[in-house]
Design a protein around this ligand. Sequence first.
Ligand SMILES: Cc1cc2nc3c(=O)[nH]c(=O)nc-3n(C[C@H](O)[C@H](O)[C@H](O)COP(=O)(O)O)c2cc1C
Length: 178
Amino acid sequence: MKKLLTAILMGGTMMATTAEAKTLVTYFTLTGNTEKAAKIIAEETNADLYKIELVTPYPAEYKAQTELAKKELADGTLPPIKPWPENIGEYDVVFVGSPVWWGTMATPVRTFLASGALKGKTVIPFVTHGGGGADASFADTAKLCEGCNVITDGWSNYGSITLGVGRWAKKSMEKATK
Ligand SMILES: Cc1cc2nc3c(=O)[nH]c(=O)nc-3n(C[C@H](O)[C@H](O)[C@H](O)COP(=O)(O)O)c2cc1C
């Protein structure tokens, strides 16, 4: 009922309040940095967690990883990922976390963003990087996620540093639900 009243007040647009919004934190990780940030975000926003996993895992060697990623990005390959949660339709807000690969979202995350699973949802990206910053990650998230309301004011930090991520996540939720 409260949700309905909020929708009427918003002029017909269905918007959940921060307390009501069902939130999911999704992420891909190779070495654990993005996972560390994802877990903090999930705790701070009372969200569920979903780890994006490849059907065929990436090579273990860094050089092989960078070469494969470069090739996938160059030819537009979206590597198949394991199925996302069946109840994804229930979520209002979805945080999407990725390591920065060649200046953008990692290819498994691109697969997820381009899948259409997030259509109509508020999507909030965050990344960890190796010194190059978020680069095109947030703008590319908006391009890839068609029909999504992407908040491009994402969070980024170097390696496993999670400074400020909890505060940013809470502020992002306020933006997403106001
Ligand atoms: C394939 C590949 C490409 C990368 N490209 C970049 C890049 O363009 N800029 C950058 O700052 N770091 C880059 N990195 C470093 C990662 O973004 C960084 O180590 C990140 O924190 C790893 O997150 P994870 O532990 O969740 O996998 C790259 C790493 C890999 C494996």
